[in-house]
Structure formats: C-alpha cells, structure tokens
Write a protein that binds this ligand. Structure first.
Ligand code: SAM
Length: 397
C-alpha cells in the first residue's frame, strides 16, 4: 500500500505524521487517558514495550512539558473563548457553543514537574526522547526489574534492602505485542504471555493505589484474566479506544487502584501465569467477585459501574441505572470467570479507524516521524540484497 493510499485508509496514521507522533498508537493512549485520567497524580511511569516511542512521547509531552490534549485542550479553548466573550459583552456574555457540554468529568489539572521520571523499555532500540530514560531489555527477564528500579532512582544501589523494597511506580503501561503470525490462537497465547510478563513486572514496582494499563487480545478465556486482575486492582475495565480498529481483537485493560492481597509478595522467580499460584488465588478470592442476582449501580456523576453491567434497565428519574447481574461464573468453581465492564473511549466525533477519508487534492503524504531503528525484517532485507530476489523463494541457504 502506498503512503498516500494509507493516509486515506488510516486517518490516525496520517494524523500521527502530521502531529509528530512516532506511531498512531499515541492516539490510543490519549483516548484512554481521556476516559480514565491516567496521568492524574502520576510522577513515576514505566512504559513497557515502548518502541518506537509514541506512548513515551505522550508521557513526555503531558507530564514533563505540561501540554494538554483531548478534553484538557478543549477546556483551555473553552476558557479562552469565554474570556473573549466576557471582554466583548461583559457579564451578559452568551455562554457560547464551545462550553464543555460534552465533557464527562472535569479534567484534573496537571502540574508539569521536574520530578517526573519515565522509563521506557523495549527489545528494540528507542531513539532518544526528552526526559525519558530508555532501556533495551526483555520484559520477560527477571534482571529487568532491578535495571528499571536503578533507572528510576540512581541511588538505588546505595539504599538498604527495605528501602529498595519500596515500590515507587504510579503507572505501568504496556503496549506489548509479539510479531503477529496470523494464527489466531497462537497470537493470542503469545500476547497473553507478554501481558503476564508486564503484570509480574508491574506487581514488583507499583505503589499501592497505582495503575496498570496493558494491551490485550480478547480471546475465548479473557474473562479468566479479568478475574485474576481483579485480585490486585479495585477496578478493572476493558477499553477500546476509537483509534484501535473495531475489526481487531485488540483492547486495553485499565486496572486502577492497585491493592495487593494481604501477604502477597511479587516475585519474578515465581511469576504469576506459570503454575497454579494465580488460579489458587482466584479460587480463594472468588467470594469478592459479584455474583448472579447481585444488583449494582451506576454512579450518575462519574458514569462508573460498581461492577459488571450485564443487563441494564433504563435510568430512573434520578439518573440512576440499575443493573441485574447474570451469573457470569461457570459451574466449575475452579474455573473463575468475571466479565470486566467494557468501555469504548475517545470522542465519538473522532476519526473512525476503520473508515477511509477523502484527502484534499493538495494533500502531501509525509514520511513517518521515526522509521523503525532495528525492525525484525531488516535482516531479511539485507539477505535479499546479498542473495538476490530468489532468496525469498528458496528460503534458507
Ligand atoms: N507503544 C509503542 C509506541 O507507542 O510506539 C508501540 C509498541 S509496539 C505495538 C510493540 C512493541 O513490543 C515492539 O516494539 C516490540 O519490540 C515490543 N516487545 C515485544 N516483546 C517484548 C519483550 N519481551 N520485551 C520488551 N519489548 C517487547
């Protein structure tokens, strides 16, 4: 597909180049933040599987430079518009159509701070970004955790064991994806292994109250994963930003308020996702999950659900929607399932990532902001150059 044709078919690919993002994924993080205020009260962030670095760019621009995007930018624009109106018409000034009617909740004011520390990790090299420490490491390897803690705190080595054990991180992000094979079940399995690696790492570094956001591929048994995450976080949502194609199984789990169970200690020597530690914990804690017949309420102010909306009745005159839960756990108590609330995020008027948009006649297709530094196909290209076009056909030589 040519660059121009891709610009037309993928509005976010085009916008990313126009707005200086290294990848279209930047919009996914911005849209997730719009819904969940991910960056509020956050100074220590780890961006896992970060190359080429568009999520880190978002972190750098929002947390270090204090730039505003999405809802926050709208609010600023509305406030300026209101000031102009007041200047022109005095207190009788019309509120104006830019008033933030569509805002779901007030945006938390961010204080750009010099104290922000962001560490980005990937197997691939990441080109430097202002204020970001980049590490080339494998998130599945136990040696990565101390590396990461040292990167966050240069005095880590001189600290006592108990000081080292303190978890410093407010937010762990993971946009990890393996090279997709096209074999659906295999891709989902490999992705889930990457997710468990990210979760294990997050459990080793997250502060109580911290947040964890990770890419998932929604497969058959994803509800077991939600139930497992619910052991560690007060709130677990599954979110689909508008910039993530509806046709893709990709979604993001957004886990808020990290509350490790009593007595739990994270260990990469005994990681979750391997063996039965996690399923034993799920079984023990299944009492905490909502059961069929439970009634849960939607908070009319925040729109948040106390638990899983399965069948929704219409809102009463106070705007309170009552929900009846179907029994969402299987007969087999060893097979704990829980369905996390699903939230589509991103402004409804935002571009549809599955639609094609007409380009203006004078459209100039831009080059990507950051071509991959060491893509896996680089060696294949080199070999093709060395051995000629036949290499692709004959395979190994
Ligand atoms: N969030 C990134 C951005 O905004 O630019 C895009 C991430 S890309 C979809 C997925 C990344 O996962 C790839 O760069 C890949 O190298 C990385 N990855 C896959 N397995 C990994 C592992 N075991 N350790 C570290 N990174 C890994």
């Amino acid at each position: 597909m040519g660059k121009s044709s891709k610009d037309k078919r993928d509005a976010y690919y085009r916008l990313a180049k126009e707005q200086g993002w290294r990848a279209r994924s930047a919009f996914k993080l911005l849209q997730l933040d719009e819904e969940f205020d991910l960056f509020a009260n956050v100074t220590r962030v780890v961006d896992l599987c970060a190359a080429p670095g568009s999520w880190s760019q978002v972190l750098s621009r929002v947390l270090i430079k204090g730039e505003k995007f999405g809802r926050a930018a709208w609010q600023d624009r509305d406030a300026k518009f209101r000031q102009q109106m007041l200047g022109l018409f005095g207190p009788q000034a019309p509120a104006g159509r830019l008033e933030p009617l569509e805002l779901k909740k007030p945006t938390v004011e961010l204080n750009p701070s010099q104290d922000v520390k962001i560490v980005a990790i990937d197997l691939q090299p990441i080109s430097p970004l202002p204020g970001i420490v980049t590490l080339r490491a494998d998130i599945t390897h136990p040696a990565t955790v101390p590396l990461l803690l040292k990167a966050l705190d240069p005095e880590y080595d001189s600290k006592s064991k108990s000081q080292q054990a303190a978890h410093p991180v407010d937010l762990v992000l993971s946009d990890g994806a393996p090279d997709v094979t096209g074999l659906h079940d295999l891709d989902i399995y490999v992705q889930s292994q990457l997710l468990f690696a990210a979760l294990n790492l997050a459990l080793c570094v997250l502060k109580p109250g911290g947040k964890f956001v990770a890419k998932i591929f929604r497969g058959k048994n994803v509800d077991i994963l939600y139930a497992q995450l619910k052991l560690f976080f007060e709130k677990v949502h599954v979110a689909k930003p508008r910039s993530s194609r509806a046709s893709s199984v990709e979604a993001f789990i957004v886990c808020l308020n990290f509350q490790p169970p009593k007595g739990f200690s994270a260990s990469l020597e005994e990681p979750l996702g391997v063996g039965f530690r996690l399923s034993n914990m799920s079984e023990k804690n299944s009492k905490n999950l909502p059961r069929g017949g439970d009634t849960i309420l939607q908070n009319p102010e925040t729109g948040a659900w106390d638990s899983t909306p399965i069948s929704i009745q219409t809102a009463d005159e106070h705007g309170i929607t009552e929900v009846q839960l179907e029994d969402n756990r299987s007969e087999n108590q060893n097979d704990i399932r829980w369905i996390a609330p699903f939230i589509a995020c991103g402004d409804l008027s935002a571009f549809d990532s599955d639609a094609s948009y007409r380009l203006p006649p004078d459209h100039v297709s831009l080059d990507p902001v950051q071509p991959p530094t060491a893509p896996p196909y680089k060696r294949a290209i080199e070999m093709r150059k060395t051995f000629g076009g036949a290499y692709g056909k004959t395979g190994r030589q």
